[in-house]
Design a protein around this ligand. Structure first.
Ligand code: AMP
Ligand code: MG
Length: 286
């Protein structure tokens, strides 16, 4: 999925091709599947008032936090200058994307990105992968139950051999090796967590993490350390966890509810906030 569709780094991927065509008046032809994915992401941008934005590629590149976090050291890292940040921000904004959906005559969908704009689907990759894995599982009648974990996103499927419920621990952002509590789930669900402890670098006591606020150009500081979403769709769980993280408690809870998803938020002081339905499936650590 990464190589063929989603990676902006890999020349063979569809996203790479779309980004390379930014500014081209002819736009870029996209597969139906990609068009559907982009449409859902653009919709969420609107509903989150721009907090979630897959056109944030130019900004994620000037921060490049993934690189430093992956290399596990901060030497050489510096936050982008105000000029770099401003110029990257000018290239972002879902409102300026045009997606021409498949028409009745069978012609292909096309996307038009303005000059300089770059897509970054990092916020939805794992969720989308879970949806693909679910399709594979459904083709295997001998698989009666499974749990699939893709760094931050979990799929539960079917039932456990002993008939018990699935138990998913939710990491404590202040100590990710322990948990703030346990989710108890029956059957098929997607669970996705976005947190400031997943990928970050610390410089002079300031933590720069990988979830950026398109309103400021800085790592989001909404008073939250993590957001966990539970819903039926992998894509939605992953996208909403990122969106709600940027929005903060009040707007984040409203957004999750508007999608019929359950949300668990860990605030900076450790306070837990959650939707009504979450209370029924989550039990906090004693
Ligand atoms: P996640 O860990 O699922 O919350 O996704 C974080 C990744 O999504 C980052 O590494 C970026 O690639 C991308 N990203 C960061 N900020 C945003 C944002 N505000 N909207 C959409 N994608 C973002
Ligand atoms: Mg996400």
């Amino acid at each position: 999925l990464e190589q063929e569709s989603l990676s902006w780094r890999t020349e063979t991927s569809e996203v790479y091709r779309i980004n390379a065509a930014a500014g081209d008046g002819e736009g870029c032809p996209v597969s139906d599947e990609m068009a559907g994915l982009l449409q859902e992401c653009l919709e969420l941008s609107g509903k989150s008032e721009g907090a979630f934005d897959i056109t944030i590629g130019a900004l994620t590149r000037v921060w490049n936090i993934d690189k430093w976090a992956r290399e596990g050291e901060t030497e050489g890292f510096r936050p982008p200058s105000p000029e770099e940040r401003e110029s990257a921000l000018e290239k972002c904004g879902s409102g300026r994307v045009r997606l021409e959906w498949v028409t009745g005559d069978g012609s292909q969908a096309r996307i038009y990105l303005p000059e300089g704009m770059q897509l970054d689907l990092g916020a939805v990759g794992k969720g989308l992968a879970l949806s693909r894995i679910l399709e594979l599982l459904e083709e295997e009648p001998e698989v009666s139950g499974a749990v699939v974990y893709l760094g931050g996103s979990v799929l539960t499927y079917g039932s456990r051999p002993d008939g018990g419920s699935w138990k998913i621990g939710i990491a404590d952002p202040s100590d990710p090796s322990s948990s703030v509590g346990i989710l108890t789930l029956e059957g098929q669900w997607c669970v996705s967590t976005s947190g400031d402890y997943e990928r970050y670098v610390t410089v002079d006591g300031v933590r720069y993490h990988h979830i950026l606020d398109p309103a400021t150009g800085y790592p989001a500081r909404s008073g939250l350390c993590s957001v966990t979403i539970v819903c039926g769709s992998g894509l939605l769980a992953d996208a909403l966890s990122t969106a709600c993280f940027v929005l903060g408690s009040e707007q984040g809870l409203d957004l999750a509810k508007s999608y019929g998803a359950e949300a668990l938020l860990v605030e900076e002081d450790g306070t837990l906030r959650m939707t009504e339905g979450m209370r029924e499936i989550f039990s906090a650590q004693e």
